[in-house]
Design a protein around this ligand. Structure first.
Ligand code: NI
Ligand code: MN
Length: 225
């Protein structure tokens, strides 16, 4: 399996069998993404919540690739209302897809779309693909149940925001890593705009100080998991 980080909260997972799962593809209006929407292909698109920096270019990509959305019910219905195919889920529920399992988690945040449609509760997502568990927290503040999420599904990679202002900042994100106890933490949602500037190497240093691993991905970088 491969994991590519575009910047912000946008990731692409490519399974060993070649199925592509795109998460929160904010690319064209994202000043930090080296990749634009026309260069991304995906069979599935997961959106964590309705904000513009998470829906991003999902509809453009889904139109070209005939992608299937996987989201919480209200956001999935929003995608369906725009003419797309979706699999409706909700927080606490998991489902086995052809590429692996998807389970939605809570996130403490908002979820109104840019055209003022209520998109349900914001979410995080745990993906179990090719024998590895990846927890993308979505946009969220720190919450103690991250400990429960990590106990129910031992996490290999935790993708979590460090940019502060709208989400956890570095201090809370380090605590989140302590609670969810992943093998490796990967910071996201930073340096896209000045208000969320944060130093990922400072986060890495502080994660290592609590005895955990952290990998800082460059914008556009792809790694083998
Ligand atoms: Ni948001
Ligand atoms: Mn956001």
């Amino acid at each position: 399996m491969k994991l590519r980080y575009f910047s912000h909260s946008a990731f692409l997972i490519t399974t060993g069998s070649g199925i592509r799962i795109l998460i929160d593809p904010f690319l064209d209006a994202n000043p930090t993404s080296p990749v634009k929407s026309g260069d991304v292909t995906a069979e599935y698109i997961i959106i964590t919540h309705g904000h513009g920096d998470h829906i991003g270019d999902a509809f453009k990509i889904a139109k070209r690739c005939k992608s299937k959305f996987i989201c919480v019910n209200e956001l999935a219905n929003y995608c369906i209302s725009k003419g797309f195919d979706a699999h409706n889920m909700h927080i606490g529920g998991g489902h086995n897809f052809e590429f692996g399992r998807v389970k939605f988690t809570i996130a403490h945040h908002g979820s109104m779309t840019s055209d003022n449609y209520y998109a349900g509760e914001p979410s995080g997502v745990v993906l179990s693909v090719d024998g590895k568990n990846i927890y993308h927290t979505g946009d969220t503040g720190l919450f103690y149940d991250m400990k429960l999420i990590g106990e129910m599904t031992p996490i290999d990679y935790m993708l979590l925001p460090i940019g502060d202002n709208f989400t956890m900042g570095i201090t809370d994100a380090v605590k989140a890593v302590e609670l969810a106890n992943p093998k490796t933490a990967i910071p996201m949602h930073y340096n896209t705009f000045p208000v969320i500037n944060a130093d990922p190497n400072e986060f890495k240093k502080r994660v290592e100080q609590i005895g955990k691993k952290c990998t800082v991905l460059q914008f556009g970088q792809e790694i083998q998991l």
